[in-house]
Each structure stands twice: as structure tokens, then as C-alpha cells.
Write a protein that binds this ligand. Structure first.
Ligand code: SF4
Length: 376
């Protein structure tokens, strides 16, 4: 129990704590909204400039055809979603897009590949070249490529990677209701591998997948008890895509999003909290409340991997309206140095790590299969 009157809470809560309990996080999430917003905004102002928001660009460098069964994802090969698969983009294509993103105000490029895990070989070498190319444009480079080994994380770090994204998605309990092709511990192990390098960690999740409030709190406990806490935490609102097992989930209420952002800000006070998928469903007023509650990053561009996202010009108009300024790159941490492939200290190990594949049955997926909706 938080036995402290709300006016005092922001003082002790702006310290980073790694021992949050689910009960405490739930109590924060469920507080009267004005109290919750007041504390979250107070903590936000102690740790961050409230008028600065990072603009990031997400590039899908390899789309579709994924072997995993993430219930929210239109890129899983087993779902009928009409997403067209693409081979890995070329280094020049990626550099050209990164340059365009920089010119329109982005300070970070996040490259996503629809892979279960990174495999050593020419495609990974190509991604390393992309990392080198974008870091040389003086932009923060993030990758989300699935599970990685320590050696692969070291090679990414050496190429100049700034951040690695690997979301926990939900609580450990609810994760099993959404994904059966890997386990929660695989996620934590990958984050641990990234932590052995100087690459920062980006990890968050999705609300609106049918989880309850306890699951949302459970995810925040899992993230906040990581030591160090992630430097970046995306909070996504599910975009229910036809053909996925979660196609019938209702859009997330803005109030849930605001509560989730505010609670994240309180339990992860130093972290960059990212408003990610689902922004097209949010009004400007709703987004403004999320910024007040502690969100300090958005993804720009008309697509978020494969789902719609607000147009970058609309975002810039919103920034002007709210008096927000885009964050400069490397504000939170110095730019990593890029080591060229020829000078690498790390050999390609050609590892075959044994990431788990529980393959348990998910009731919702079984029901969809019975209706002939999913491929397998
Ligand atoms: S979220 Fe990533 S790992 Fe899961 S199906 Fe989509 S592309 Fe594959």
C-alpha cells in the first residue's frame, strides 16, 4: 500500500526503484486521474524537459513472412492479413530513407526486421552496414531484429548501434495468451545480452490485447525491476488488424492510454516513454494529455511497420500548437563510435542458440482456426 498522501508521492517516487510490486503499480494506475496526472507530470519535469519530445522513424527493413505467431502482428506468415513480404532492403535504400527522416526532424531511426532471431550471415552483415551508415549520419540507430546472442549484440554495438528494441509486450502470464513460439524468458535473456554491451535497451509493450489491468501492472513490474531500467519504453495501443487472432479487440480508450503512460512515467522516471502504435486513433487533445503525463517520444511517418500512423506534417503542426520541440540526437547518451567491418574485434560465431518454442495451444487462436481464419 502507498500510505502517502498524493502530494508527497512525487518526491519519493522520482527515485529509480527496482522493487515495485504489482499491488503498488495497480494502486497508482487506479488513482483518481487528476492525482495520477499531477504526480506523473511532476516526476516528468524533474527528470526531463517537458517541452521536448523525440521524433523517431521506424523503417521496416524486412517485411512479412515471419515464422512467429504473435497474435497482434500482421507480419506473421500464418495469418491472412494481405501484408506483402519484402526481402531485406539494401544499405543504400536504408541510408536514403534515414536521410529523409533526418531532414523531416527525426533524430532516431529504428530498423525492424520480421525475424524470430538474428542469424549470422550475409543478411546480418548487411544490417551491420546499415547501422554504420545511419550512425555516420549522426542519428541514433535502433534495431528490432528478434532474439540476439551476446556476440551478435557486441557486433551491433561495434557498428555504432545506439539502442536495441525487444518488447516484453505484456505480463509474463498474459504473454502466453498471445504468443506460443517463444517464451518470456527468451525476451529477458535477449535484453540481458544487450545489457552486456554499451547499447541502450528499448522495451515496452502493447495494451488492448484483451489483457486486464493486472497484466498491465505486471508488465510494468517486469520492466521496472530490470536493473538498469530500460532507457526507452514504447507504449503501444493495439491496432487490431483483420486476419490476426486479435482482429476483434476493441480500440483502446484514450483514458487507458493516459493512465498507462502516467503509470509508466512514475515507475520508470528516467526512461524515455514512447507513444507508439495506435496514435491514429488518438485526438490531438488525447496525445497532449499523454505528453503531459510523461510521454516524450513519438514515431513519425505514415506507416508504423505495416499499420497506419499520422503524417509527419500533421505531427509537426501538433508540435507547433503545443509548443513542443523535437529532441536533438544523443541528448541522453554520447554517440557510439563506429568500427568498420574490416577492423572488427568480434568473429562471426555462426551460433545456433536454442531459443525456446513452447507451442502451447492458445484458446483464441484455436477458435479462429476452427472458423478457418488462420493458416495453421
Ligand atoms: S512481432 Fe515480430 S516476431 Fe512477432 S510475428 Fe511480427 S515480425 Fe514476427
Amino acid at each position: 500500500m502507498l500510505n502517502t498522501h498524493y502530494r508527497d508521492i512525487s518526491n519519493f517516487m522520482s527515485q529509480v526503484r527496482h522493487n515495485w510490486t504489482k499491488e503498488e503499480v495497480l494502486e497508482i494506475y487506479n488513482r483518481p486521474l487528476m492525482d495520477l496526472l499531477y504526480d506523473a507530470a511532476t516526476i516528468h519535469r524533474k527528470q526531463h524537459d517537458p517541452n521536448v519530445v523525440q521524433v523517431s522513424t521506424l523503417l521496416s527493413i524486412k517485411t512479412g513472412g515471419c515464422s512467429e505467431d504473435c497474435g497482434y502482428c500482421p507480419q506473421a506468415a500464418r495469418y491472412h492479413t494481405g501484408v506483402e513480404g519484402n526481402d531485406l532492403m539494401t544499405v543504400n535504400q536504408v541510408k536514403a530513407q534515414a536521410l529523409r527522416a533526418k531532414e523531416s526532424g527525426s533524430s532516431r531511426v529504428c530498423m525492424g526486421a520480421a525475424w524470430r532471431n538474428v542469424k549470422d550471415g550475409p543478411e546480418f552483415d548487411q544490417v551491420l552496414e546499415m547501422v554504420r551508415g545511419i550512425n555516420k549520419l549522426d542519428m541514433e540507430v535502433c534495431c528490432t531484429l528478434g532474439m540476439v546472442t551476446e556476440n551478435q549484440a557486441q557486433r551491433l554495438a561495434e557498428a555504432g548501434l545506439y539502442a536495441y528494441n525487444h518488447n516484453l509486450d505484456s505480463s509474463e502470464e498474459y504473454y502466453k495468451e498471445v504468443i506460443s513460439t517463444r517464451g518470456y524468458q527468451d525476451r529477458l535473456d535477449t535484453i540481458d545480452n544487450v545489457r552486456k554491451t554499451n547499447v541502450t535497451v528499448c522495451s515496452g509493450g502493447i495494451i488492448g490485447m484483451g489483457e486486464n489491468v493486472e497484466d498491465r501492472a505486471g508488465m510494468l513490474v517486469a520492466l521496472s525491476t530490470l536493473n538498469p531500467q530500460p532507457e526507452s519504453t514504447p507504449i503501444n495501443a493495439l491496432v487490431a488488424v483483420e486476419g490476426t487472432p486479435l482482429e476483434e479487440e476493441k480500440p483502446v480508450e484514450i483514458w487507458d492510454m493516459i493512465r498507462m503512460v502516467a503509470t509508466t512515467r512514475i515507475v520508470l522516471p528516467e526512461t524515455q516513454v514512447r507513444l507508439s502504435a495506435g496514435r491514429t486513433q488518438m485526438s490531438r487533445e488525447g496525445q497532449a494529455m499523454c505528453f503531459f503525463a510523461g510521454a516524450n517520444s513519438i514515431f513519425a511517418g505514415d506507416k508504423l511497420l505495416t499499420t497506419p500512423n499520422p503524417d509527419v506534417n500533421e505531427d509537426m503542426k501538433m508540435f507547433k500548437l503545443l509548443g513542443l520541440n523535437p529532441q536533438k540526437p544523443f541528448t541522453k547518451k554520447v554517440q557510439p563510435k563506429t568500427v568498420e567491418a574490416a577492423d572488427s574485434q568480434f568473429e562471426t560465431l555462426g551460433e545456433k542458440p536454442r531459443w525456446t518454442r513452447p507451442e502451447h495451444k492458445i484458446e483464441r487462436n484455436e477458435a479462429a482456426k476452427a472458423k478457418g481464419k488462420l493458416v495453421k
